[in-house]
Design a binder for this molecule. Structure first.
Ligand code: BG6
Length: 469
């Protein structure tokens, strides 16, 4: 990979002792550095309200996290990386020590230095922390990265956005949705707009349904507080799944830049028909209420399946089926585009089954399939179902995919917000979700390790869900 031409950066990771920092951010920054994708000069300052101990203890913590999630690392390389890592305490009313440390790092690195402030903190902490950043002038020359959920409804999202805009300009804000950093998501754009093959068919004349399916085998893994206060709709649907829908459904953008893509996605979100509660199935896995920290009469959903319509000229009448849940049979992230049957059945025998499907597997090892009918070799004209496959790692051997967070961290350093979410998009999605969330259907129970409640299996009609398969 060519080395990027990046300004020196001071990274401040708020919530530095938390799960996200440990799993994704520190291992990600280390990997970018190993790949030569970090600026020549950088400093990483971890911060939270309470120090985990002296500087060495924090560095050991980061070391441990990097080894745990990226494998063993060379001692000498670690020493060179660790020399740029430190910890400073900060709280929502006191950022003096942090501001001093940031300025000292900038003085060492010169006037071109930029700040990247990563809020890996609980949503309730964001607003007061942002005020603190303003109070201590940490917003100057800074880029602010925010984690979802961006509010819990339209009102709170608007309030949060207003509070952010008092301290930061919109161009400084990067709302991260890590699904958009996944390799295969950009492939939707490449597939559609770098080929002449798909785009002419990408509309209601040819497409009869779209499925966006993200079942997860994992249960809540001890995140009871998070699930109880957020639920799967807010955690996965109003963020990741709708963003994927935005990429599948958008009109060709004028350019491949942030503004054009944000505008096109916003147009899609504005076109979505109000959600019909009768076509939304919420579920809760059996045993969820017995999880530690979960209310014994909790009605929080751990599963969502729904039908969505995009009422515009391209998609009117084409159902988009969205599904995701915890404790399901398999983990997959699959987008399926189903095409209409040809008008005339002229071949002998009935192959039946699903029609042509284009399937995108958004795994770390992304693949694209096309399910077609073809002649079965032999003396008779017999039609069967075959599959064309594009394995991207096989097609481009030696390429080095980045983990989603790594890709997005790099984009923030480059100042490219194309794969991030705009204020407008966030507000439109809350506007859509609010009526349903204010009056949600009761979640139906489903066994662990299943494909969700029975009602959800029937949602897409005759052929059901493409996954498994
Ligand atoms: C996170 C959600 O944003 O995405 C989790 O909070 C979910 O609940 C996770 O498990 C899935 O991400 P990935 O990259 O593992 O598919």
């Amino acid at each position: 990979m060519p080395p990027p031409d990046l300004n020196p950066h001071v990274f401040v990771v708020f919530g530095a002792t938390g799960d996200l920092a440990r799993r994704k951010l520190f291992p990600g920054l280390f990997h970018l550095w190993q790949l030569g994708l970090m600026p020549e000069q950088f400093r990483i300052i971890g911060s939270s309200r309470i120090a985990p101990g002296p500087q060495e203890v924090f560095r050991d913590m980061v070391h441990h996290a990097v080894e745990m999630f990226r494998g063993e690392i060379d001692h000498e390389a670690w020493q060179r990386f660790a020399a740029r890592v430190s910890f400073v305490v900060a709280s929502d009313d006191d950022g003096a020590a942090l501001a001093k440390a940031v300025r000292a790092a900038e003085t060492e690195m010169g006037p071109e230095a930029k700040r990247l402030l990563y809020m890996a903190v609980p949503p309730s902490a964001t607003e007061p922390m942002v005020r603190m950043l303003g109070k201590f002038d940490l917003n100057e020359r800074a880029k602010l990265v925010l984690e979802k959920p961006f509010g819990t409804d339209l009102r709170s999202a608007k309030r949060l956005n207003a509070a952010l805009h008092e301290v930061f300009d919109e161009v400084q804000i990067y709302r991260i949705d890590h699904f958009l950093g996944k390799e295969a998501v950009q492939n939707i754009l490449v597939l559609r707009f770098a080929n002449g093959f798909f785009e002419p068919d990408w509309n209601l004349q040819h497409v009869c349904y779209v499925q966006i399916d993200v079942p997860e085998e994992i249960d809540i893994q001890g995140r009871a507080d998070f699930m109880e206060s957020t639920g799967t709709f807010r955690d996965m649907v109003s963020t990741h799944l709708f963003q994927l829908l935005g990429f599948v459904a958008l009109e060709p953008p004028v350019r491949l830049d942030a503004e054009s893509l944000h505008d096109e996605k916003a147009k899609v979100f504005r076109s979505i028909r109000p959600l019909d509660p009768d076509r939304v199935v919420l579920g809760q896995y059996e045993g969820y209420r017995d999880e530690e920290g979960v209310n014994e009469s909790s009605d929080v959903e751990t599963f969502v399946a729904m039908e969505v319509f995009v009422d515009n000229w391209r998609w009117f009448g084409v159902p988009f089926y969205l599904r995701t849940g915890k404790a399901m049979a398999e983990s997959r992230r699959t987008i399926t585009v189903g095409f209409w049957e040809p008008p005339l059945k002229m071949f002998p025998g009935d192959v039946g089954g699903r029609c042509n499907e284009l399937v995108l597997e958004l795994a770390d090892d992304p693949k694209i399939f096309c399910d077609l009918r073809a002649k079965i070799p032999g003396p008779e004209l017999q039609v069967g179902r075959g599959r064309m496959k594009l394995d991207l790692m096989e097609a481009f051997p030696g390429s080095e995919p980045l983990e989603a967070y790594e890709r997005l961290l790099l984009d923030v350093m480059r100042g490219d917000s194309t794969l991030f979410t705009s204020t407008k998009e966030v507000e439109l999605l809350w506007q859509l979700a609010d009526p349903l969330l204010q009056n949600p259907p009761r979640p139906k129970s489903y066994p662990r390790g299943s494909w969700g409640p029975r009602e959800a299996l029937q949602l897409p009609g005759e052929f059901g869900w493409r996954v498994p398969g």
